[in-house]
Ligand binder design. Structure first.
Ligand SMILES: *Cc1c(COP(=O)(O)O)cnc(C)c1O
Length: 398
């Protein structure tokens, strides 16, 4: 399969005059999603009412959609299920992994991780008691920090701020050598680059669908459990839809079969409808093509900005193997610069304290967009167009 990026671009609603470099944070609307959601609302919810759970297949949707995501992350069929938010899925994976490695009490993570992952780990440790702890090291120190006290590593493959990519193969191998389990957070990997969970031998993985996968704001997260753990991992969030037989309404909990046990409660049917439409676009994408296009766009952006804007400092690794699908630059006035860019139709975002972040998503961004974005950034910098009071006022979401 050769990916036709003209066709994938045509599958999205992209407002006139906008160069959207924030698909790493919230993917754009797939054209088919609006109609799909409308159909689910009017024809399914509207006409079928509660019978939709069976007739429209709502109840099986989380695992059915999970299998479609499995292809994008190199997972075996039947190992991925959708539901809840990523923070919840991080908690679930952590709780199960700690229970599976009872002699050890340390969760290892790094300071490049997204704070919510760290917060969830802290909260879980507090619940489990004073023996449990979260150890946070510098990203470069992760490999050496995996010793025989670590129960589980909780690492996000691609750093949300800098776009630095961890070596999943090396970290997983080292963790297993030391008797630790691995949780991979794929928030900035799924739909950004090829992931090979089965090949790498990952134990657990989690990720969200509203970033590169384009399911829309509030779209559900996914969780992966390796087949070898599927019948032994015990869910801490033991909700009724993860029960072996939800409609037996037993008073005692028995975990469901395989990945089904990682379900918690009622699935978000409307969001899943949007995700299914978004995944139709992914069916036409070869991930090797995607990666090649992404590296070419990020290379082009780095070269262009470095040539035109010497006052910006690159925060993203130059080495292809160590880079995700975004490019970040540092500048003390990063927030105001990004507001000036957004006012000129180039949408990226800002991450404190000083990161300008630009996501490159070949499904709808091409070389011409990159060239135009570079030109606009160069003008904003050269003429100090960012230095206006309205660009300094911080909004709630940055
Ligand atoms: C985006 C992101 C989250 C967000 O979690 P939600 O519960 O979906 O809000 C968590 N972790 C990482 C690594 C992320 O990039």
């Amino acid at each position: 399969m050769t990916t036709d990026f003209t066709a994938t671009r045509d599958a999205f609603v992209l407002p006139e005059g906008v160069i959207y470099l924030d698909g790493n944070s919230l993917g754009p609307l797939p054209k088919a999603a609006a109609a799909r959601v409308a159909q689910t609302v009017t024809a399914e919810w509207g006409q079928m009412l509660i019978t939709g759970w069976n007739k429209a297949g709502w109840m099986d949707q989380p695992a059915r959609v999970g299998d479609r995501i499995a292809r994008l992350i190199g997972a075996e069929p039947g190992t991925v299920v959708l539901g809840d938010t990523l923070s919840i899925k991080v908690y679930q994976a952590l709780a199960s992994a700690l229970e599976m490695n009872p002699g050890r009490k340390v969760i290892l993570s790094d300071s490049g991780n997204f704070p919510s992952d760290l917060y969830m780990a802290e909260g879980l440790c507090r619940t489990l008691g004073p023996d449990y702890s979260l150890r946070v090291v510098e990203p470069e120190a992760v490999l050496d920090a995996i010793d025989d006290t670590v129960a589980v590593t909780m690492i996000t493959e691609v750093d949300y701020r800098t776009g630095r990519r961890h070596d999943m193969t090396a970290i997983t191998a080292r963790a297993h050598e030391q008797g630790a389990l691995t949780i991979w957070d794929l928030a900035h990997s799924a739909g950004a680059l090829p992931v090979e969970l089965a090949k790498v031998g990952a134990d657990f993985a989690v990720g969200c669908t509203y970033k590169y996968l384009n399911s829309g704001p509030g779209g559900p997260a996914f969780i992966y459990v390796a087949p070898r753990h599927a019948e032994t991992a015990r869910p801490a969030l033991s909700g009724w839809l993860g029960h072996e037989s939800p409609f037996a309404f037993d008073l005692a909990y028995r975990p469901g079969r395989g990945i089904e046990r990682m379900r918690v409660g009622t699935p978000p049917v409307l969001q899943l409808a949007a995700l299914e439409a978004a995944l139709d676009v992914w069916d036409q994408v070869d991930l090797a093509d995607l990666r090649a296009a992404s590296l070419s766009l990020t290379d082009q952006f780095i070269a262009g900005v470095e040539a035109a804007c010497p006052e910006l400092t690159l925060a993203t690794p130059r080495d292809h193997d160590r880079r995700g699908s975004q490019v970040s630059f540092r500048h003390p006035q990063g927030y105001a610069i990004m507001q000036a860019m957004i006012a000129r139709g180039v949408i990226g975002d800002f991450r404190a304290p000083d990161i300008l972040r630009f996501g490159f998503t070949p499904l709808f961004i091409g070389a011409e967009d990159v060239a135009n974005a570079v030109e606009i950034l160069a003008e904003v910098m050269a003429k100090r167009l960012w230095d206006r009071p309205e660009y300094h006022a911080r909004a709630k979401v940055t």
